[in-house]
Unconditional design. Structure first.
Ligand SMILES: Cc1cc2nc3c(=O)[nH]c(=O)nc-3n(C[C@H](O)[C@H](O)[C@H](O)COP(=O)(O)OP(=O)(O)OC[C@H]3O[C@@H](n4cnc5c(N)ncnc54)[C@H](O)[C@@H]3O)c2cc1C
Length: 494
């Protein structure tokens, strides 16, 4: 039968393509669909593992129990710890498969970040990060390689094909899907004898779902980088009896520059091209609220900065720095995807170029005095002057007696020209989803698996809660790819 497959995977990105490859490697007939016309650019450059071959070669060993206890504490145990351990027990396999089957044959490399480990109380970080790069430190566009591999393994890939509905038989077993064609809307029914795997990502591109499932996320974020994340796969799972996380989880960057005067509560631009993108926002420079007052230690994980900001008036913050600061960025020693230079972000010159672009589009303000800067940013002049003065004193003393920022991250804002920007959160993805067990089976509210239904990646839940632990760099990509592979293997075994 033309429309009969063993395994159907909805979503052809990090989790879905891995699920399809894993199911096909086990000899099953696989259909991989995606509602959009491409997906290769969604494969991410920073992947987390613990003791993969690449890390072993670099002499890195991440202590598994320590890392998992850290994650449990970070999430206040609002997660299924079995899923955390399942990830940790399989992430290295996924990294090694990626290296051997995808990167090596195509000229890519896995580059471990040895220096990513550091520890302060708010800032414990693990060197889990593997940058997926080219040998000369460029971006490896490996999504295409993974999708080619899937097709070499016999997977049928259909783009512009959206999973609309999941079909079940009288016993509640999942037996297929109904899809729609993006252009014509034509509906097609497909049979899946072994399983359907939901790998459709989150819901950050769906305003109604954001308001319902993550109302504070809707207010504190000014941009969403996932327009295709419409939550349709999660909704399809709910319709056949799946349970869903009851609390939101999310990955947010503090890199969303907005025009002065923006009302964050009503401002939620959904656009993957990154309007208002502002890398420097992730640097622990001086940050103040809209009253011109410093309100916390800027040197916390980047998402914590946005959480602290969300308790301030207007759900926005201002970052203040000077020309001099720009030449001392290396001393802030940030890691993961905000570190200076590749792997990470721009070097100093490229950073300056981005600031110029934001000056040109009116997001960043420049002034000769703090008073003038305050005026341009619509911040209370006296308050900002007093805040900068106090901050500079503490920088000179080398002790942040107000909020305890590390000494090496204290740099005064002393000489003009001065710069400032108003910023809110930039939602990369929502991370709460359908509840699954350690076999990646979707479960109902009693914890019983829905037969032949699987989920992985951001469509699945139980793994994250609240904020993203960015000091375990590469975790969402690794979670998606590792659980995708496991879901493909388990479904193929039915
Ligand atoms: C700019 C940016 C950079 C990032 N960098 C990193 C990084 O370096 N490291 C990291 O760990 N994380 C990173 N992330 C987060 C990471 O991209 C996600 O967590 C990851 O992509 C999740 O993978 P996924 O397979 O669950 O979902 P997605 O990658 O979101 O893919 C879901 C796919 O499903 C398709 N789809 C949706 N609904 C349907 C439907 N009903 N039927 C058919 N198809 C459907 C979508 O079109 C999409 O292709 C980044 C995110 C962004 C926005």
């Amino acid at each position: 039968m033309e429309n009969a497959y063993d395994v159907i995977v909805a979503g052809a990105s990090n989790s879905g393509a891995m699920a399809a490859c894993a199911a096909a490697e086990k000899g099953t007939k696989v259909l991989l669909i995606d509602k959009q016309g491409s997906s290769q650019f969604l494969f991410r450059s920073f992947f987390a593992a613990l003791n993969s071959n690449a890390q072993k070669r670099a002499g890195i060993k991440v202590d598994k129990a320590k890392l998992l206890n850290f994650l449990t504490l970070f999430f206040q145990d609002n997660v299924d710890e079995r899923l955390l351990w399942t990830w940790a027990n399989h992430a290295d396999e996924t990294a090694n498969w990626l290296e051997d089957q995808i990167l090596k044959p195509n000229g890519g490399v896995l580059r471990p970040q040895k220096d990513a480990h550091y520890e302060t109380i708010v800032n414990t970080a693990f060197n889990t990060e593997l940058a997926i790069a080219t040998p000369d430190n460029g971006w490896a566009h490996y999504g295409e390689w993974v999708l080619n591999k899937a097709q070499q393994l016999g997977v049928t890939l259909k783009y512009n094909t959206k999973m609309e509905e999941i079909l079940t038989n009288d016993q509640g077993k999942v037996i297929g899907v109904i899809t729609s064609d993006r252009a014509s809307g034509k509906k097609t029914q497909y049979q899946a004898t072994k399983g359907v795997i939901i790998c459709t990502g989150g819901y950050g591109g769906n305003v109604d779902l954001m308001k319902k499932w993550n109302p504070l996320g809707y207010k504190k974020n000014v941009y969403s980088d996932g327009p295709r994340d419409d939550g349709s796969g999660i909704l399809a799972g709910l319709k056949v009896g799946a349970a869903r996380d009851e609390e939101p989880a999310e990955i947010i960057f503090d890199r969303g520059a907005v025009p002065v005067g923006t009302k964050a509560e009503d401002f939620y631009k959904i656009d993957f091209k990154g309007p208002g993108y502002f890398w420097l926002g992730a640097y622990p420079l001086l940050k103040v609220n809209l009253n011109g007052e410093r309100f916390g230690n800027e040197s916390v994980p980047y998402q914590f900065d946005i959480n602290a900001m969300s308790k301030q008036p207007g759900y926005l913050e201002a970052q203040i720095w000077s020309e001099e600061t720009m030449d001392h960025l290396a001393q802030f020693d940030t890691q993961g995807c905000s570190r200076l230079g590749w792997p990470g972000i721009y070097n100093t010159e490229e950073n300056k170029a981005e600031i110029q672009r934001r000056l040109d589009d009116g997001m960043v303000q420049k002034a000769d005095t703090i008073e003038e800067l305050a005026e341009k940013l619509a911040l209370p002049k006296d308050k900002l002057v007093a805040t900068v003065k106090r901050y500079n004193q503490m920088c000179k003393q080398g002790v942040d007696t107000d909020f305890g920022k590390e000494k090496f991250r204290l740099y005064p804002v002393e000489h003009g020209p001065y710069y400032g920007v108003i910023m809110g959160g930039r939602l990369l993805a929502t991370l709460d989803g359908l509840r699954i067990n350690s076999n990646m089976e979707v479960i109902d509210k009693d914890g019983n698996p829905i037969p032949h239904l699987y989920a992985a990646g951001n469509a699945s839940g139980g793994f994250f809660w609240g904020s993203y632990p960015d000091r375990v760099p590469g975790l969402t990509c690794s979670h998606a790819q590792t659980f995708g592979r496991l879901a493909g293997q388990f479904a193929a075994e039915n």
